[in-house]
Design a protein around this ligand. Structure first.
Ligand code: IPM
Ligand code: MN
Length: 359
């Protein structure tokens, strides 16, 4: 049977995005060559520089073009010379919505040898995943102003929660718990005591689906504020956390920092039935642009997630093992400029570990 060649779209984006993606691509090449994974890449220059030159955030056929690919590898979006919101909404959020990437999967895993700010906690305590709803909630952009610019101004920003959107997210979370087979627990992170419409819908859907379809998975609930507290105090309690778009955004920055920082935190914007997009969860870090000091590990790990999602589980496994070696034994720190090596050296070290794993 003929193997189909996988096609990967690469959007380096802004700031340090292109630098970290370059290292991820080196590692991808190395592992694919070993395992015999056949793919081709096409790069797109979408981001702040192109916007400043052309006045266009994305070409009109961007979504149609991306739909012809098997996956997207994204660096970062956000440019210091562009007003905040234009690129974030026009590129990142637009693509998440237009490609219906309804899950934002963000693993929080502390690897051996990585420093966490949590005293007394280690790798066995910090290992869970956040399933963030990625196409609804406060991110929909529903709302508006009245009497803008006057003392009587009113600004409304509504959270949109659809039964279908909530259900597919919750099902994904239960499936993730089943697949992980760790403590077989899903924690719903919400705010049922105040946001009594939205979280009532989430809570009903959570228990109805859990009871009917996932009797083997335990259901837990924590308010979002308490979730933040437990993530710091008892992160070992978590296996899979499911939450809405806004809460998921907030708690995953906390998650990133307890797993060693933005330098290592990767995520996937998933459309399990369509095209998914993988990215480091930190920003474009423009102040480090071109200096060769940014940590590419989050981008490399996002490529690892991409391989996994493409069904290339052997490649994904090798790449993760190679990254763990470098993270645990070679890098001094996960922070930009503190790694004890340059951006390119981190990529090179991962490639060397991949070679070793095949000796
Ligand atoms: C993230 C980011 C984005 C978000 C921004 C850049 C729009 O913070 O991926 O978490 O809020 O989703
Ligand atoms: Mn965020």
């Amino acid at each position: 049977m003929e193997e189909t060649v996988k096609r990967i779209a690469v959007i380096g984006g802004d700031g340090t995005g292109p630098e970290v993606v370059a290292e991820a691509l080196k590692c991808l090449r190395a592992v694919a060559d070993k395992v015999g994974f056949d793919y081709e890449i096409e790069s797109f220059d979408w981001g702040g520089d192109r916007y400043l030159k052309t006045g266009e955030v994305l070409p009109s056929d961007a979504v149609a073009t991306l739909k012809t690919f098997d996956a997207i590898l994204l660096g970062a979006i956000g440019h210091p010379d562009v007003k905040p919101g234009i690129l974030e909404k026009g590129i990142l959020l637009y693509l998440r919505f237009a490609l219906d990437q309804y899950i934002n999967l963000r693993p929080v895993k502390l690897y051996e040898g990585v420093e966490t700010p949590l005293a007394g906690k280690g790798p066995k305590d910090i290992d869970f995943v956040v399933v963030r709803e990625n196409t609804e909630g406060l991110y929909v952009g529903s709302g508006g102003y009245m009497k803008k610019g006057t003392p009587d101004e009113i600004a409304v920003q509504e959270s949109i929660n659809t039964r279908k959107g909530v259900e597919r997210c919750i099902r994904f979370a239960f499936e993730t718990a089943r697949k992980r087979n760790k403590t077989n627990t899903v924690t719903l992170c919400g705010k049922t005591n105040v946001l009594t419409f939205a979280w009532d819908l989430w809570e009903r859907a959570f228990h109805e689906i859990g009871e009917a379809e996932y009797p083997g998975i335990k259901r837990d609930y924590a308010h979002v504020d308490a979730t933040c507290m437990w993530m710091v105090k008892n992160p070992e309690w978590f296996d899979v956390i499911v939450t809405d778009n806004m809460f998921g955004d907030i708690i995953t920055d906390l998650g990133a920092v307890i797993q060693g920082g933005m330098g290592i935190a990767a995520g996937g914007n998933l459309n399990p039935e369509g095209v998914s997009m993988f990215e480091p969860i930190g920003g474009s870090a423009p102040k480090y642009r071109g200096k060769g000091v940014i940590n590419p590990m989050a981008s490399i790990m996002s490529a690892q997630m991409m391989l996994d999602q493409l069904g290339e589980t052997k490649d994904a496994d090798i790449l993760e093992r190679a990254c763990i070696e470098v993270i645990s034994k070679k890098m001094k720190s996960m922070g930009a400029g503190k790694m004890g090596m340059s951006t390119a050296e981190v990529g090179k070290a991962v490639v060397e570990e991949i070679e070793k794993l095949y000796k």
